[in-house]
Design a protein around this ligand. Sequence first.
Ligand SMILES: Cc1cc2nc3c(=O)[nH]c(=O)nc-3n(C[C@H](O)[C@H](O)[C@H](O)COP(=O)(O)OP(=O)(O)OC[C@H]3O[C@@H](n4cnc5c(N)ncnc54)[C@H](O)[C@@H]3O)c2cc1C
Ligand code: SF4
Length: 519
Amino acid sequence: MRRLVNVTIDAQLGDIYVCGLILGLGIITMKSVFAPAKEAGMQFIPSETLEIDRKMRANKPFYDLDLRPADLRTCDFEDVVIEFSEERARVEAARCIHCPDPAPCMLACPTNNDIPSAMWLIEHGQFSEAANLYHAHSSLPEICGRVCPHEALCQGSCVLNKHQTPVLCGALETFTVDYKRRHEGRAIPLALPTGKRVAIIGAGPAGLGCADQLVQCGHAVTIFESKPAPGGLLVYGIPNFKLPKDVWMEKWQEFVNAGVKFVGNTYIGKDKTIDDLFEEGFDAVFIGVGSEIDAKMEDTPGTDLAGVYEATDFLVRGNVDPSLLPASSYKPLEIGKRVAVIGGGDTASDCLRTALRLGAQEVTCLYRRTEKEMPGGKKDRKFARDEGAKYRFLTQPVKFIAGADGKLAAVECIEMKLGEPDAKGRRKPVPVQDSNFSVACDTAVLALGYWPDPIIGKTTPELQTHDWGLITADKRSGATSRPGVFSGGDCVTGPDLVVTAMVAGRKAASAIHEYLKNK
Ligand SMILES: Cc1cc2nc3c(=O)[nH]c(=O)nc-3n(C[C@H](O)[C@H](O)[C@H](O)COP(=O)(O)OP(=O)(O)OC[C@H]3O[C@@H](n4cnc5c(N)ncnc54)[C@H](O)[C@@H]3O)c2cc1C
Ligand code: SF4
């Protein structure tokens, strides 16, 4: 028996109306309340109810994402991925074989997006309804769809990986949410005002996830941010060719329209403290300040030479519109022809690709272990290679050397070999004696990782921190040692992902809501 299901989701009310036309049985109408299904991790359209030929679906041909050619995309900072057409999106979504609930992709997605139900809606051309489903689970679906490491999360867990290529869940999420915004617009659904005020520190994914959920409960939200513009690393980190800034600007407008207040250029811990915020009448505080202090190469001579940059400074000055830059970053970059990037994470890939777009002719990544140990994602590395970046493995810089003009002219390196595994099982790089050599370069970028800024811990009595200033907070609620103060995102976990920070902010919002009910 074939079954056709038309679905209308009214995300404003949180209810879902399912009108089912079951051939042979006549028409039934059913109303299901969305929230409980979501909390239980259940699929809105249970896979078991779909009578589909899974074997046939699993053998459908796969058409990969369309990308702009590498030689063209390095001429600008525009998006690398060509967006799906409606038809292409339907074809791709129809490859989903609808695993039983809970599907592995839902479990692997940190925000537990109901991917199979969204795939069914997209397949049937109900793009806005699919977008509503994403919005119900996530505060930043148009951003996560673009920047999540899909191969390690939703797509990595797709059972099609066994014999085929996984469904392109991320690109489909992006397509549907963009589609809805373009065709209908989107507003954050608001509750009646409660009269409670919450201060959020940091306008990155964690703060935004928290703000999104708090305004939906009726609380008034003010975000205090040290930078001139909101977005955190979405603006001051992730390059435009991965996340176009206009996508973020349109998203930010949703927050503004929902009444979220933004106070920029305000460094909590310097300009005012958390105690000041409580004195100003805020009922609760969420800390989402990230982990943004660049790691240094303290024992390596020459890091203070002109031409040696920290990754954040390099990415911000290379990628961000000057009108959004803090005063300290106004000076334009002068990178020359040869750029060396030191490090093996995603930030290193972003720096390599930014250097190519800024016109460098020779761009090389120097990494002290082998490619196998690199922490960064394969996808970004492939993009970087396709665009012309070179890699030198088992290479450790030991000195930055100045030329006659006093600016950086070369990096002296030493060859490494892999030694015994360390406590985490990772083989330690060990220098090979007398193997020093030089890599000529005009610019070197240090992409070595990030530390938290300890200032909040130091200026907030009773707030427990650990390991260089990370904030101690309960994983489920974000509650800290200080009553009324919650925290989440990179400042709690250390550097992680947009989606995990956003989820932490959402969880904390729900705990803040409970806290405020009893206040
Ligand atoms: C170059 C780069 C590329 C990345 N690429 C990806 C990617 O492709 N995919 C992915 O999922 N993740 C990526 N990440 C990681 C991701 O961006 C972060 O994990 C995520 O942004 C963390 O969110 P957050 O809200 O915790 O912190 P942040 O995004 O860092 O936001 C914290 C905000 O708090 C502000 N702030 C800090 N201290 C104070 C203070 N004392 N007072 C007021 N405001 C303060 C900061 O200015 C910032 O705006 C990348 C990170 C970097 C650095
Ligand atoms: S939020 Fe990230 S992990 Fe979850 S479905 Fe979207 S792209 Fe995949």
